[in-house]
Design a protein around this ligand. Structure first.
Ligand code: MG
Length: 381
């Protein structure tokens, strides 16, 4: 397979409401769409997002690196999905977000050529075709705004079938976060509720948070301390915490999973395509977690479109499960880039929603053009 043309669409899509996290407040999805056209005229779509605090990449840097990769990708004859990572690494070191964007579009084309969905192709590549037909994935919702708004929104969503939640903490002082978590847990009794600290606590605050009676109903706490803490700090936290620990910013692939798992500092990890370099390395990471008996959370960056949501969900369907939930951030956008945005039904995403050939989401060109960032514009590579 040869790439005939490649077009980059740097997008800026407003969120329905700003998403407050400990290190930043996100008001727009700064995300990059890629359209590849192969020799037969078929289109493959990719997406990646800027996440300066997670990958170190801005929209400008990810745009430059993806354009650089595409110049090389157009010279390659693509014959084997398993070789995408190795070939990309011949041209560019690191830069997982740019690689994830190109990989997604190539896998979309490979799956179309084989007339199957991407999740099924991922199973074949990893020789796990014998797994049962995928069950629906539990979709996790993030909560935000004032406590009253959070609880009102959560109860309305609960009526629609949602049962998995993520509370962003570390924005307010510790005591108000503790009271907030307790109030939300009381309102959503029996649900799977997690708190994501995005590394904002000191070790002492993290231990106090995890040991408090007010947080005892949480199912797990995500990245309580920053990724640059020493491994002994993570060991001390894990030893002190009665709550399961999920790591996100600390996890960037198999190497970091091995270090954290070998030191026994986590009960599971949050995987994002932008950190790992795409769906294939994402699958390898998910398989490693499962092998070690660790829990899997699949998450899009806040915020990405239905395309990234489909790619992230494809890992969950290929693995047949994401015990700590799937977070699809397209639900927080003012508008999506396809006619029928990928959405949960009864709080779950069903495999039938991604069973068409390819990635399962086809962007509408006019919606994509509407979302193009005024700062960057469309780029033909
Ligand atoms: Mg997180």
């Amino acid at each position: 397979m040869k790439i005939k043309s490649a077009t980059l669409f740097p997008l800026s899509i407003p969120l329905q409401a700003p998403m407050k996290m400990s290190g930043e407040t996100v008001t727009h999805a700064n995300t990059l769409l890629l359209r590849l056209v192969d020799g037969g005229g078929k289109e493959g779509w990719g997406e990646t997002s800027a996440a300066p605090l997670m990958t170190g990449e801005t929209l400008g840097s990810v745009l430059a690196n993806t354009a650089y990769l595409l110049k090389a990708a157009k010279e390659v004859s693509w014959t084997d999905p398993c070789q995408i990572g190795n070939i990309q690494s011949r041209f560019l070191y690191a830069n997982t977000s740019a690689k994830s964007c190109v990989e997604l579009a190539l896998l979309d084309l490979f799956a179309q050529a084989k007339e199957e969905p991407v999740w099924s192709l991922l199973r074949k590549v990893h020789r796990i075709e014998s797994l049962a037909a995928p069950d629906p994935l539990p979709v996790l919702r993030m909560l935000g705004g004032s406590l009253e708004t959070e609880i009102a929104d959560a109860l309305a969503l609960r009526d629609q079938g949602y049962r998995h939640w993520k509370i962003k903490v570390g924005v307010h002082d510790l005591n108000s976060d503790l009271r907030r978590v307790a109030a939300i847990c009381a309102a959503l009794e029996g649900d799977t509720i997690s708190a994501d600290v995005n590394g904002a606590f000191t070790l002492e605050q993290a231990v106090e948070f995890c040991r408090s009676d007010l947080t005892s109903r949480l199912s797990f706490v995500e990245q309580p301390i920053a990724a640059d803490h020493s491994i002994s700090d993570f060991v001390n936290l894990k030893t002190a915490s009665p709550l399961p620990i999920c790591l996100d910013e600390s996890i960037h692939g198999i190497d970091t999973i091995n270090v954290c798992a070998d030191n026994g500092v986590m009960d599971g990890a949050s995987l994002k395509l932008i950190k790992l370099g795409g769906m294939l390395p994402g699958m390898r990471a998910a398989i490693e977690l499962e092998k070690r008996g660790l829990n899997l959370n699949l998450a899009c960056k806040v915020a990405e479109t239905a395309l990234s949501a489909a790619a992230t969900a494809s890992i969950g369907f290929a693995m047949n499960g994401a015990p700590w939930g799937l977070s699809m951030s397209n639900a927080y956008l003012e508008y999506d880039i396809c006619d029928v945005p990928l959405a949960a039904s009864q709080g779950r995403l069903r495999v039938e929603q991604l069973n068409s050939v390819g990635i399962g989401v086809v962007p509408n060109p006019s919606l994509v053009k509407k979302a193009v960032s005024k700062e960057w514009g469309i780029i033909e590579c």
